[in-house]
Ligand binder design. Structure first.
Ligand SMILES: [Zn+2]
Length: 425
């Protein structure tokens, strides 16, 4: 056992308790764990009940796990808690420290470190290992955080919302609502049922809900009805990505249909099959000068020539292609007028494209908003990707509230306030 300096030890361990004094240290039997010996004194020498002088009544020794600088070398404090006895009222007193809770052998800074670690994308067993605690301790600390009262402010809603759904506990779809400006998660609901969404947002008074200006979403008619009912002044914006995706899919469907009319050895089959990516490229970005040798066609052509030759196979395919390109162009140029005209265009189109246009016409205003608004569903989709990662790291969640608590911890704006941490510890 060697003696150590009390002041510098406390400085290094960031311990401010004046009643605690370090005296020496030794290695445990495993020759790895360092054990610091400290005495914890009671701040008074007379009985707080009857002012009678207290007498010595031994020490209570407990081993407290503490943070160590090197994760492979655990650190423990052998804490000698002073016990005093009052001979007048027969009360006994034991020293206490804000460093550790009663009946607990894990120091509070360790618990704070665990919560800090839980905000990163790490498995609980991993966090347990690096802090020299059991996985159950991590879970217990996490549960404490989970049950902290959440200060939900029903007098505020952001002006720009994004809604979507993601797959989570039990392969179920959960509803998610995000602030489009700050990317903060506003709500995650266990289901996407109308009843639940209504009940959740009806808690906000109508005046608060009326302040919402835009709501971005994918082409889900279900949410549009809900949004109109809940947020009377909000403009619905269909996500740009989903519009383009629907157009591309509709074109691709017709392309495959046309392609299948020909034999595999046919040049037209190869034109439509192997160079599908060129058709989806914006027309003005196609290579027009540089000639390349194409293996499947055994020919030297430019990209534009391939597209033109492929489209010449069928007038219907040509018309569908033109519509897809024009619509995408109009969207990129923020031209809602042209988009509206294209919706009404009456030419022979592929079946799938007809359905797509019908959907656009049905949600005309919301689709046209996509061209003029700077908001899109990008941030919700990004949040969903992050949630997917959280679920993967945990090998899936079985409990919805555990999942949302962890998402809350790992969220971008989860700034852990000091008082928040002290509430857990
Ligand atoms: Zn007393």
């Amino acid at each position: 056992m060697s003696s150590i300096d009390n002041y510098s030890t406390k400085l290094l361990l960031d311990i401010k308790d004046n009643n605690l004094t370090f005296s020496n240290f030794y290695l445990a039997d495993d020759q790895v764990t360092k054990i610091l010996v400290a005495e914890l004194k009671l701040p008074w020498s007379t009985c707080p009940n009857c002012r009678y002088p207290l007498v010595h009544n031994g020490h209570y020794v407990s081993h407290v796990r503490y943070l160590s600088a090197n994760a492979s070398k655990p650190l423990q404090i052998e804490l000698h808690k002073q016990r005093l006895y009052c001979q007048s009222c027969h009360h006994s007193f034991m020293a206490n420290s804000p460093l550790i809770d009663k009946h607990c052998s894990i120091a509070n800074p360790v618990k704070q470190k665990i919560i800090q670690d839980l905000t990163t994308d790490r498995a609980m067993t991993d966090i347990a290992q690096s802090n020299h605690v059991s996985a159950n301790t991590v879970l217990r600390t996490f549960t404490k955080f989970k049950h902290l009262p959440q200060d939900t402010d029903y007098n505020y809603l952001p002006e720009h919302l994004g809604v979507d759904e993601f797959r989570g506990v039990g392969r179920q779809l959960h509803f998610i609502c995000v602030d489009d400006d700050t990317h903060e998660i506003i709500k995650i609901l266990p289901t996407r049922l109308k009843k639940e969404i209504m009940a959740c947002f009806k808690k906000f008074p109508l005046i608060v809900r009326s302040r919402v200006k835009t709501i971005t979403m994918d082409l889900n008619a279900y949410y549009q009805d809900l949004a109109q009912e809940l947020f009377p002044n909000a403009q619905i914006i269909i996500d740009r990505f989903h519009i383009v995706q629907m157009l591309n899919r509709s074109f691709n469907q017709l392309r495959v249909q046309t392609m299948k009319q020909f034999k595999h050895s046919d040049r037209r089959y190869s034109l439509l099959k192997y160079y599908w990516k060129s058709y989806l490229k914006p027309y003005n970005q196609l290579e027009v000068k540089q000639v390349k040798y194409y293996q499947h066609l055994k020919d030297r052509l430019t990209q534009e020539q391939i597209v033109e030759e492929g489209l010449a196979v069928s007038p219907k395919l040509r018309a569908t292609y033109d519509l897809m390109q024009d619509f995408r162009q109009a969207l990129a140029n923020h031209n809602p007028k042209q988009m509206s005209q294209l919706c009404d265009e009456d030419v022979a189109l592929g079946e799938q494209m007809k359905i797509t246009l019908k959907t656009f016409k049905h949600n005309r205003k919301a689709v046209l908003n996509a061209a003029t608004s700077k908001y899109s569903n990008g941030c919700v989709e990004g949040t969903n990707r992050k949630i997917k990662q959280i679920q993967r790291t945990a090998y899936g969640y079985r409990n919805f509230s555990n999942m949302t608590a962890r998402i809350r911890l790992e969220a971008k704006n989860a700034i852990l306030k000091e008082n928040n941490l002290s509430m857990i510890a």
